[in-house]
Design a binder for this molecule. Structure first.
Ligand SMILES: [Zn+2]
Length: 320
């Protein structure tokens, strides 16, 4: 534990933003009200890292960045890559890193830095980041969906994250879009995640190549990204796969629109870089499934990989 920091330049009140990802962690420091980082650094965790390793790494990096920055720390905002009880500031677990079960992360950080801290899961925090600083600015209701290795989502309603009764609201990745479809990490079948995420793209491509009896030209493993690239270059099998996952995602988003009638949906994550055709098909499908009186405003995220970090800043602002 360390004492609260003394100001070398007290007119700068600082927010510390932490993003604990599965394999990468990011730390940022900025002055209250500013829109530029005073310090910003991303580190990778080696394979096999546990919660303790990640915690030591992130805290050391945070102290390093604060030591280089003039001003007084006043609040800490945190995005965590896994389910969080945000009211208590307790991490339930990480799906990627062992040892996080029931970690009182908020209390640990408050003891470490001597200022108030607040913690929420990455999809909720990224949603808040896009609402406050990115593609969702000014929206009274916003659904943020990240489409990458998996699919996650978060709601911002009237300027606040809507967490739901169990802190799990926005888990659009586990809405079933194909009953009896492929098995999901959650144990169910045909979830949107397993029918539309990056891993699903790679799996569907492998299945199509196998049933077409086609041999692959290279020894490179098939990844979602390479399939999306092949589709954009006109490969018909890859195009079939990308069209199918875009339709699946559009179906899920159409259902979300019918349920909540959001002002806007913002999509982030690597799969959203799959080109104009993927965007057109998912928008058309969402339009097809949504009631005709409802708006279908689906936009790309503006903040990229830093959405959770900017969201952590927005999360910390009410603590001031
Ligand atoms: Zn699932």
């Amino acid at each position: 534990m360390t004492a609260p920091r003394n100001a070398s330049n007290p007119q700068h009140s600082l927010i510390l933003a932490l993003d604990y990802g599965g394999t990468k962690h990011t730390v940022g420091v900025l002055a209250v009200g500013a829109r530029d980082w005073l310090a910003h650094e991303r580190v990778s965790s080696p394979p096999g890292a546990d919660a303790r390793y990640d915690q030591v790494t992130v805290i050391k990096l945070a102290h390093d960045l604060l030591a280089r920055t003039q001003g007084q720390l006043v609040a800490v905002g945190v995005s965590f890559g896994g389910p969080v009880d945000s009211a208590k500031g307790v991490v339930r677990l990480s799906h990627h890193v062992p040892g996080w079960e029931n970690t009182p992360l908020r209390d640990q950080l408050q003891a470490e830095f001597g200022v108030p801290a607040t913690v929420d899961n990455d999809a909720n925090v990224a949603a808040l980041g896009e609402w406050r600083f990115g593609a969702g600015q000014g929206c009274a209701s916003l659904l943020y969906v990240t489409v990458s290795t998996g699919i996650g989502g978060g709601w911002v309603l009237n300027g606040k994250v809507y967490s739901g009764a169990d802190g799990m609201a926005g888990e659009i990745g586990h809405i079933v879009v194909r009953p009896g479809g492929a098995e999901c990490v959650c144990g169910k079948h045909g979830c949107l995640e397993v029918e539309a995420c990056g891993r699903a793209i790679a799996r569907k491509m492998r299945e199509r190549l196998a049933s077409a009896g086609r041999h692959r030209d290279t020894a490179e493993p098939i990844m979602g990204e390479s399939v999306a690239r092949a589709a954009q270059q006109g490969d018909p099998l890859a195009q079939e796969v990308m069209d199918e996952v875009a339709r699946n995602l559009g179906t899920g988003l159409g259902g979300a629109i019918n349920l909540m009638n959001p002002e806007r949906i913002v999509l982030g994550g690597g799969v959203t870089k799959s080109g104009e055709r993927w965007w057109r098909i998912l928008r058309e499908t969402a339009r097809y499934h949504a009631l005709p009186q409802m708006r279908v405003d689906i936009q790309p995220a503006a903040l990229g990989d830093d959405a959770p970090l900017w969201g952590a800043v927005a999360l910390a602002e009410p603590l001031l």
